[in-house]
Write a protein that binds this ligand. Structure first.
Ligand code: KG4
Ligand code: ZN
Length: 345
């Protein structure tokens, strides 16, 4: 079964064709980074206009690279939440129209289900496992029982980890998007230069939760206070120390979840899963089997959306053509039935 997946939730216009939820036939990602760079962040209005301009050529290119016509695919899918409203609407409306025009089933896919699925592309992974979803908008630790069955154990109580990377980069004028730049700068810095605080949320309800707003404030406004003797306040040292603390925060909560659930397979997803220090830190835990998507599938792409849709298709489900976009997933809270957080309603 061939699924064409469209992704337009933020600043990438993307389309992919995936066979049986596994094999990537084509995967086109048109990044808008150069258009947002001068503003040091994503400008929603520019993003939606670029999507509107690029969606048709990107879909055409994905079909061309697969040597296919629209009629050859079995289903059409698009991200419908969460994300920037105007951006989501472009991909979603385009996908629904395509599906209607060729009379193929349509699937609206939750972007975070997509990120969780990315590592499954071209790779066999058994459920259940612990999922680490780390992106520009989310930081989630979940017990993953199936492609659409995630029990949220912990989440951020304030900023997402990706947002902290981006804000630190913006403040120190390092460039946009921040994550990849900080990752690179950190390689020439010393993570021991600053001892930034790791949030302590040890009790009860917050056992697996993370927080990045305190770290962000410390790095931006109080860096001098955390500088250790004998070290210089260079951007490389700031990057390395910040990254070390951010990764430690995530890994410490994840290890708690490993201990409590007995699950030793960890699957990561989302833009921050590309981080080299996060990968190295988890690799130090030989008791764990840590699976990361390849770098090109950590960020936003259409293949992960097509992959998820294939499983809905296999279950005989479809999404109605009046499915709407939704900027946020307010139900992303611990303990809620996964259907509320991840279902396609
Ligand atoms: O998944 P994604 O492409 O979009 C969202 O769904 O948000 O994630 C984007 C986030 C940005 O915050 C970006 O700075 C971060 O992922 N990111 C990284 C790295 N590459 C991208 N963060 C840390 N290290 C990286 N190498
Ligand atoms: Zn994403």
């Amino acid at each position: 079964m061939l699924v064409l997946g469209i992704e337009s939730s933020c600043d990438e216009t993307a389309c992919a064709i995936v066979e049986d939820g596994k094999k990537i036939i084509s995967n086109v990602v048109a990044t808008q980074i150069p258009f947002h760079q001068i503003y040091k962040g994503v400008v929603p209005e520019i993003a939606s206009r670029k999507h509107a301009e690029w969606i048709l050529p990107v879909v055409r290119q994905a079909l061309n690279e697969a040597s296919m016509k629209l009629e050859d695919v079995d289903a059409i899918a698009a991200t419908n939440r969460p994300g920037l409203m105007g951006s989501l609407l472009v991909g979603l409306t385009f996908a629904k129209t395509l599906a209607w025009s060729v009379n193929k089933p349509f699937y609206a896919v939750n972007h975070m289900l997509g990120h969780m699925y990315a590592a499954h592309l071209e790779n066999d992974i058994q459920y259940p496992y612990l999922g680490l979803l780390v992106s520009g908008g989310h930081s989630i630790i979940a017990k993953v029982n199936g492609f659409d069955d995630l029990e949220i154990l912990g989440t951020t109580i304030d900023d997402s980890v990706g947002e902290a990377f981006d804000k630190v980069s913006k403040y120190y004028d390092l460039g946009y998007p921040g994550g990849v730049i900080i990752d690179k700068l950190a390689k020439n810095g010393d993570p021991k230069a600053f001892t930034f605080p790791v949030p302590k949320m040890d009790k009860g309800d917050h056992r697996y939760d993370v927080s990045f707003s305190g770290l962000k404030t410390a790095v931006i406004h109080q860096a001098d206070f955390f500088l250790n003797e004998g070290y210089e306040k260079t951007v490389e040292n700031i990057a390395a120390s910040f990254q070390e603390t951010a990764c430690k925060t995530l890994v410490s909560r994840l290890l708690r979840a490993v201990k409590d659930t007995g699950l030793t397979t960890v699957v990561a997803g989302g833009g921050v899963a590309a981080n080299s220090r996060l990968r190295a830190m988890l690799a130090e835990h030989s008791e764990l089997k840590c699976i990361f998507p390849p770098l090109k599938l950590c960020g936003d792409n259409g293949a992960m959306i097509a992959g998820v849709a294939y499983h809905f298709l296999k279950r005989g489900e479809t999404s109605p053509l009046n499915t709407t976009a939704c900027a946020r997933i307010p139900q992303f809270k611990r303990g809620l039935a996964n259907l509320e957080a991840f279902g396609r309603r």
